[in-house]
Design a protein around this ligand. Structure first.
Ligand SMILES: COc1ccc2nc(C(=O)O)sc2c1
Length: 250
């Protein structure tokens, strides 16, 4: 997968050089290109914004630099053999980013991110590129950020970990919170590791029982209880059969 990111804060994307995403890049699973939007400005102040038409607070990111930057990023990608880019636009007014969307995006060969700052990007930029490539406008949550770069980091990590060969244990996707299957729409329950006792706290006996069926049921029950506590809104999405009473008895 190729990722392009156009931003006025390229250094904000430095975390893409470390940990899981960094390892995926080193292994050639991910090919990341970060572009400084100001390279496509031609005035002495490297201006990327201007006052909004219709008045109002703040500034809007200008069409010129974005158009030139995206044209070049796309041309560079095509030239390198990439194909079928999807423009991913982090915005507070976007579609909620979910595990389902992460799975959809992980199936794409090329993502081009356009994190904005200020009050956002002149709408004509998105409208222009929507005539050429699919555009997905995404929000990572109902809170206020100063720009889209943090969203790019979140989306990239969630997508990269789904790519073949990135996570050591392919099975580990199965028990992810929100992963498809029996754990779909459920939060992960508690996890434990050695030592068997720590500050007077032991391990739930079932996890030491070696009874895989009981352990699976206990984990599902814990996930259900945690979801009911922290995300009751997800409970009705769970398939009733996944938690009928007989399954929950040990
Ligand atoms: C001005 O650019 C912004 C501002 C806030 C913001 N919030 C996002 C989110 O995903 O929640 S993306 C984003 C972009």
């Amino acid at each position: 997968m190729r990722l392009d990111v156009v931003t006025i804060f390229p250094e904000y994307l430095d975390p893409l050089n470390v940990s899981l995403v960094g390892k995926a890049r080193a292994r050639g699973v991910l090919d990341v290109h970060v572009h400084d939007l100001r390279e496509w400005t031609y005035d002495r102040h490297n201006t990327v914004d201007d006052t909004p038409y219709g008045g109002g607070p703040g500034m809007v990111m200008k069409t010129g630099p974005w158009g030139d930057a995206l044209d070049e990023a796309l041309a560079d990608g095509y030239e390198s053999g990439a194909h079928s880019p999807v423009l991913v636009v982090p915005t507070p007014s976007g579609r909620p980013f979910t595990q389902e969307l992460a799975v959809e995006l992980s199936a794409q060969p090329w993502l081009v991110f356009t994190p904005a700052r200020y009050e956002g990007i002149d709408r004509r930029v998105i409208d222009e590129y929507a005539t050429r490539v699919p555009v997905v406008e995404v929000s990572i949550g109902d809170y206020v950020l100063a720009g889209g770069e943090a969203a790019v980091l979140v989306i990239t990590e969630a997508v990269a970990r789904l790519l073949p060969g990135v996570l050591g244990n392919a099975e580990s996707h199965r028990d992810d919170s929100f992963a498809p299957g029996a754990m779909a729409n459920l939060l992960e329950g508690p996890v434990y590791t050695k030592p068997p006792e720590w500050r007077g706290r032991g391990i739930p006996d079932v996890l030491l029982s070696g009874h895989h069926g009981k352990i699976a049921r206990w984990r599902r029950d814990q996930a259900f209880a945690r979801t009911a506590l922290n995300r009751p809104d997800l409970i009705e999405r769970c398939e009733a059969s996944a938690f009928d009473k007989k399954d929950r008895e040990i």
